[in-house]
Ligand binder design. Sequence first.
Ligand code: ADP
Ligand code: MG
Ligand code: MG
Length: 249
Amino acid sequence: MLQINKLNAQVEDKQILHDLSLNIKAGEVHAIMGPNGSGKSTLGNVLTGRDGYEVLSGDIEFNGKNLLDMGIEERAREGMFLAFQYPVEIPGVSNMEFLKAAVDARRKHQGLEELSSFDFMKLARETSKQVSLDPSFLKRGVNEGFSGGEKKRNEIMQMMLLEPSLCILDETDSGLDIDALQVVATGVNAMRSSDRGFIVVTHYQRLLDYIVPDFVHVLAGGKIVKSGDKELARELEAKGYGWLESEVA
Ligand code: ADP
Ligand code: MG
Ligand code: MG
């Protein structure tokens, strides 16, 4: 589904990612851990095509297409989803309108018919209940006055509605209480399927008790320095990242 080959990327004239390679097959969940500032968020931003993140060399194939040829909207239509990409408030645009526009664009790209407002409303209400978000949130401005936990539940709702092919969750667990964490994890687990991949960026092993990854990678200094299975996350929790530096050296 996603093949990243020797990716070098920079932000603000500073190279952050160095020869990063990663392969994700449909159906797999990959956790990415690593110290602060190691480039985890940069990777998500490069994949979604965010402005200011410049690829210097390397290539990325997504669903058999050259990702680097696609613009940000095209990547989203193709099924790339970065959660917590829109933490900003968009007053004046209701959450419902925002979600419907995104879902319409994705469905159109998939050759599906646009949902009627009535059907979309019904689907959105059902989905909001699955993430324990009161349906009244659909009428509010995008993220307007949402608490941290509500924003994240809202993003999971968006992900469930969009049915992306690759879901990237960046620090889903930061600032979440245990109930919200479980809602997020339950939503993600419900979406795991043989035709969908996940990249879960997290600082803490705790999230990985709920979202059990197939692979765990450590990103340090813009490179993947170690890969393993879920046991690697436990080892990191116990030992920190310092031991890896000596191992890499
Ligand atoms: P992580 O998510 O692993 O904590 P980031 O990808 O956020 O790391 O950051 C990696 C490095 O890139 C940091 O040194 C950070 O300061 C820098 N960086 C990221 N985004 C920007 C930006 N928009 N402008 C300048 N520097 C940035
Ligand atoms: Mg960080
Ligand atoms: Mg980050």
